[in-house]
Design a protein around this ligand. Structure first.
Ligand code: SAM
Ligand code: DTB
Ligand code: SF4
Length: 312
């Protein structure tokens, strides 16, 4: 068990010492100068019944996001092929559902997972709460990882989401791990939370058993129409501290510099890589919001001497 005091001590040390410690841990456990590219696909968009205040896909907020039902299998396969050709080794399929469905839609998601895994890519899905039997079927289809974020601290969580509890999230994460699927679990900064909320989130993540194999750190991408649409952008150095602390606490995890990169300079991102981030989402769109495009990232990798991490 890692104590909250230990997490606090790591997080609040002088920034340069924190980055140095994180980079030392990083070099011990990971290939240096290699960053994994993952590509997202919004396989089912909009009209979500949940009230996550950050999310443009919630049916409760007047946003301009496109709504469509589950995409056809062929469309998703073609997107995955395109991502692979651009060097992505992980394909992450997101669906705006409160929980994983049953019936035809679930069968189609299983086919998508089989197809992506069959192409020699890591397959990841995020579609809300999962039951143990659904997790087992996804595992059988070849799913590498399931993304289900805690988003923030247990304390701040009710300010952001009221339609499902922190406990619901922890249960889904346990079902995923029990089925032998890797857990991808992280959070968002820049929603008005305090340092103490960030520390508590990191503390909860690091004490999950097993620890998550993948930890996405998102900076809020504010979307007009959502209750957080006008929130001021976060100081990039908060992101650096989050990444570095996550790296030290979860040495083996892939730490993903996720939403919000379109507002970061190459130098900000370089600091995040130095602090132990070793994955990004690539392609000009995340699920619904803007992201640097393939060319921007190819240029950044060249400038920083980073190689795309190969499929292992
Ligand atoms: N509906 C499923 C769920 O909530 O688990 C899957 C899709 S949901 C969009 C996946 C994650 O994206 C959320 O948990 C949240 O962490 C992140 N996210 C959503 N909107 C965001 C935003 N505007 N800025 C940053 N991260 C966001
Ligand atoms: C995660 O933590 N970040 C990704 C992925 N998991 C699914 C999603 C970010 C979404 C950003 C808002 C949007 O594009 O709609
Ligand atoms: Fe729905 Fe997921 Fe968006 Fe929450 S984050 S509103 S559950 S799509």
């Amino acid at each position: 068990m890692i104590s909250l005091e230990a997490v606090t001590k790591i997080y609040h040390q002088p920034l340069l010492s924190l980055i140095f410690e994180a980079q030392s841990v990083h070099r011990h456990h990971h290939q240096t100068d290699a960053v994994q590219m993952c590509t997202l696909s919004n396989i089912k968009s909009g009209r979500c019944p949940e009230d996550c205040k950050y999310c443009p896909q919630s049916a409760r907020y007047p946003t301009e996001v496109e709504s469509y039902p589950l995409l056809p299998l062929e469309e998703v396969i073609s997107q995955a092929q395109d991502a692979k050709e651009h060097g992505a080794t992980r394909f992450c399929m997101g669906a705006a559902w409160r929980n994983a469905p049953d019936g035809e839609d679930f069968e189609r998601v299983l086919q998508m997972v089989e197809a992506v895994a069959g192409m020699g890519m890591e397959a990841c899905v995020t579609m809300g709460m999962l039951r143990p039997d659904q997790a087992q079927r996804l595992a059988k289809a070849g799913l590498t990882a399931y993304n289900h974020n805690l988003d923030t601290s247990e304390k701040f969580y009710p300010e952001i989401i009221t339609t499902r509890t922190y406990r619901d999230r922890l249960e889904t994460i346990q079902h995923v791990a029990n089925a032998g699927i890797q857990v991808c679990c992280g959070g968002i900064v820049g929603m008005g939370e305090t340092d103490s909320d960030r520390l508590e989130l990191l503390h909860t993540l690091a004490n999950l058993s097993p620890q998550p194999e993948s930890v996405p750190i998102n900076a809020l991408s504010p979307v007009q129409g959502t209750p957080l649409g006008d929130v001021e952008p976060i100081d990039p150095l908060v992101l650096v501290r989050m990444v570095a602390t996550a790296r030290i606490l979860m040495p083996k995890a892939i730490v993903r510099l996720s939403a919000g990169r379109d507002r970061l300079s190459v130098s900000d991102q370089a600091l995040c890589f130095l602090a132990g981030a070793n994955s990004i989402f690539s392609s000009e769109k995340l699920l619904t919001t803007a992201n640097p495009d393939w060319q921007d990232d190819a240029k950044m990798f060249h400038q920083l001497g980073i190689k795309p991490k190969e499929f292992a």
